[in-house]
Design a protein around this ligand. Structure first.
Ligand SMILES: [Mg+2]
Length: 492
């Protein structure tokens, strides 16, 4: 075994030169090859796609929902003492409704050890195993279903759900630490209704409209993207679940009062994902006062505002089919899944978390940790065939070191749940869905500014398990430095 260690280079030597600088948060990442010159029509979701919101919104949603929980649902006053915890939860987590557990699940439906929380406290691995009958596996029939709303385990997918997970954790924590008996199923339902009330009662719309400067980020970049697309002769459309008055206010703020000139079709209150799956609701037109008109819709015209509708009518009336359409959205299920699986539009996912995650991944500390973790794993793989006591002793030490490295690597992202893209050794459930439902993904719409509109995105060819790892091939495509970045410096 000493021979094995000696023949291995030291960890820093294992990192390819320049590897730490390959990533930047303005890059667009490809799961599938996309040739922008083939894309004639660009479609957009509104919230968290065209309009990127500040995290300040999460604290307001949390505070208001917490107060609803106490005042409307008569929960104990003590819950009010819990302030919002901005970095507690991350997107894509699963929640076991009956057990009251928040956790991260990997692409193979296994819970990642060390990422299970009851209330605000971690649940020890042994206890997790006990709770799930001796396994970390979550059976498919309990799990999320297609849209993440499974009977027993729910996946939190949208960005709004971060305050919801935090409120759930806080309320669970209050009952547990005060030793008060409660039913986690009631709690789950009441918290989700309290969060729903923030939306339904229009609070969120009101806050944003009252202080657009504070809540909408990078509006000028959205304007630049739209302007660039239109000036290259592209057709644009908008499909949002939000009401017109709200979208109008935000778009006027970002783009100007003539924002509708950019779009060939504008659809509000579309009721996604049903918009993409059902063909029931016909389109209706809103007049200049925002009132609904009764006429039958026979065409979707520029300058008009439409409400509801469905994708089947949309395709029939516009003829915008297949891979000449690229649709941008932040919600993997409501925005992208059906388009990808049923309709063959190209899809682009907006994943704001990439900004922070690529920053971590680019640090030399992370590369060093990860490279050593991989090297150590390789050493363990080879050492396991030696059965002498000394080798066994070393193997145990390495196992311990590997565990420490795993925890260290995880904590560089979110101390509770780690990266939203990876568990220890696997992609997360979220990651797998992201790869399946999006052709390309990026931190924000503004990443598009860094690419020519005839650019071809090539995914990195990652070797399958039975294929030889050709490292040079991996470094060739998919991780090039972003072109044109310097030229865009004036807008950043
Ligand atoms: Mg959205």
């Amino acid at each position: 075994s000493e021979k094995l260690i000696k023949c291995f280079p030291s960890a820093p030597d294992l990192i390819p030169p320049g590897a730490c600088n390959l990533l930047n948060s303005s890059t667009i990442y490809a799961n599938n090859e996309v040739d922008l010159s083939e894309v004639d029509i660009y479609g957009f979701d509104y919230d968290y796609t065209l309009a990127l919101y500040s995290n300040a919104l999460n604290a307001l949603i949390y505070n208001t929902a917490r107060n609803f929980l106490i005042e409307h649902f008569k929960y104990p006053e003590g819950i009010r003492k819990y302030d919002y915890l901005p970095n507690f939860a991350v997107r894509g987590l699963h929640y076991d409704i009956q057990k009251g557990l928040l956790m991260k699940i990997d692409a193979f439906h296994y819970i990642q050890p060390g990422t299970v929380y009851r209330g605000l406290s971690p649940v020890p691995d042994e206890h997790v195993l006990e709770l799930f009958g001796g396994t970390y596996h979550i059976p498919l029939q309990q799990d999320s279903g297609f849209y993440g709303k499974g009977p027993k385990v729910k996946q939190f997918m949208d960005i709004f759900s971060i305050p919801e997970m935090t409120l759930l954790a806080v309320a669970n924590d209050f009952f547990i630490t005060n030793d008060i008996e409660y039913d986690p199923v009631h709690l789950f339902k009441d918290v989700s209704e309290a969060i729903g009330m923030v939306h339904l009662k229009g609070y969120m719309y009101k806050w944003i409209m009252q202080d657009l400067d504070k809540f909408i980020l990078r509006g000028e970049e959205t304007e630049a993207v739209l302007h660039r697309l239109v000036s290259h002769g592209k057709k644009l459309f908008l499909i949002t679940n939000s009401p017109f008055s709200f979208v109008d206010k935000g778009m006027t703020h970002m783009v100007g009062k003539d924002w509708r000139d950019f779009f060939d079709v504008v659809i509000v209150q579309a009721d996604k994902p049903h918009f993409f799956t059902d063909c029931i609701k016909p389109f209706r037109r809103l007049d200049g006062n925002g009132d609904l008109r009764w006429e039958k819709i026979k065409s979707l015209d520029k300058g008009q505002i439409y409400k509801q509708g469905n994708l089947f009518d949309f395709l029939r009336l516009t003829g915008w089919r297949g891979s000449k359409v690229l649709y941008f959205g932040d919600h993997l299920y409501s925005d992208l899944a059906d388009l990808m699986l049923r309709h063959g539009w190209r899809t682009a996912a907006i994943v704001p978390e990439l900004e922070q995650e690529t920053r971590v991944v680019s640090t030399s500390r992370y590369s060093l940790n990860l490279t050593w973790l991989q090297a150590l794993t390789g050493l363990m793989e080879r050492l396991q065939t030696y059965r002498d006591p000394e080798s066994k002793q070393i193997l145990q030490e390495w196992q311990k070191e590997r565990e420490e490295l795993r925890v260290m690597t995880k904590n560089m992202f979110n101390p509770q749940f780690g990266s939203i893209f990876r568990t220890c050794h696997n992609p997360t459930y979220f990651s797998r869905r992201l790869c399946r439902f999006s052709d390309v993904y990026m931190a924000s719409l503004s990443c598009l500014l860094n690419y020519d509109l005839s650019y071809i995105f090539y995914p990195r060819r990652t070797p399958l398990q039975h294929e030889a790892p050709l490292w040079m091939d991996q470094l060739c495509t998919g991780c090039m430095k972003t072109p044109f970045l310097e030229e865009m410096s004036h807008i950043r």
